[in-house]
Ligand binder design. Structure first.
Ligand code: NDP
Length: 263
């Protein structure tokens, strides 16, 4: 299936590693030009160069912190100056948390709110007018199954990702008259380098069977009894951003190997 993405411009936050890099790679493979953002300059510039070399499209790495207003403004400006605008925005930058509600300070709540919610607000404010001027576009927010089915140890993550789902829904209604489709994806267990690092650390003192540890996590949580690959998720996300998904508006799509226990 031709996704009709050739020559489009996609902005992907958190595009230097893990899911974001997989999404950027899938866009590049489809012939789209990509602006990827992350804080670590060396890693994001290196990732961009690798994709340009692999697919022959224009991929630019932009170092910024999207949890700040200034970081979002600089990314919007990069889209304007490097690409003359944008057609697609994937709000992917994010991270898990670990706390109790009784002990977590206000500052931690605020930091996750800024990263998971305000980045999507600020980038939409900057990029949606450019999309509208180009005849429409797509915004895809990467939430998590935890927005719907919380894990007990990360209340701040659960709450801020749930807020992102509601932001997407609300934004979808506001933006569709301009031809901009907004959707959410809610992944389950996706095997990224970060999961491997965590598993390696957790098993370091008990024999180092990190793969066995990950299998036990998958057995406990996912009906399919395995992690999803970055590619399995990225293909789905890129399809949702493509004109092939033209009637998908305001949805929240679970890509979770059966982890969600409700309908
Ligand atoms: P990784 O930790 O592997 O990658 C995170 C990416 O985001 C990196 O590129 C990182 O680069 C960037 N990033 C983090 N904070 C910021 C910031 N403040 N400003 C700009 N860039 C930032 O994460 P994953 O690939 O695992 O996850 C990606 C998204 O998917 C997250 O939103 C996560 O919540 C969600 N998700 C992941 C699941 C999984 O199983 N992996 C499951 C469900 C949802 P740098 O550090 O250089 O800034």
């Amino acid at each position: 299936m031709d996704l009709d993405l050739s020559g489009k411009v996609a902005v992907v936050t958190g595009g230097s590693i893990g899911i974001g890099l997989g999404v950027a790679r899938a866009f590049a493979r489809e012939g789209a030009n990509v602006l990827i953002a992350a804080r670590d300059r060396e890693r994001v510039v290196g990732a961009a160069a690798g994709l340009t070399q692999e697919f022959g499209v224009n991929v630019v790495g932009h170092a910024c912190d999207v949890s700040t207003a200034a970081g979002c403004a600089s990314l919007v400006e990069a889209a304007r100056t490097d690409f003359g605008g944008a057609d697609i925005l994937v709000n992917n930058a994010g991270t898990g948390s670990n706390e109790t509600i009784l002990e977590a300070p206000d500052e931690k709540w605020q930091a996750y709110w800024d990263l998971h919610v305000m980045a999507a607000v600020r980038l939409a404010r900057g990029l949606a007018p450019m999309m509208a001027a180009r005849g429409g576009g797509a915004i895809l927010n990467n939430a998590s199954i935890c927005a719907t089915q919380p894990l007990w140890y990360e209340p701040i993550y659960n709450v801020t990702k749930a807020a992102l789902v509601m932001l997407s829904k609300t934004m979808a209604t506001e933006f569709i008259p301009q031809g901009i489709r907004v959707n959410t994806v809610s992944p389950g267990l996706i095997l990224t380098p970060d999961w491997k690092k965590t598993a390696t650390q957790l098993t370091a003192d008990t024999g180092g069977d990190w793969e066995g540890y990950l299998q036990s996590v998958a057995d406990e949580h996912a009906a399919i009894k395995r992690f999803g690959t970055v590619e399995e998720l990225a293909d789905f996300m890129v399809f949702l951003c493509s004109p092939r998904a033209s009637y998908a508006v305001g949805g929240n799509y679970f890509v979770d190997g059966g982890m969600l226990r409700t309908i």
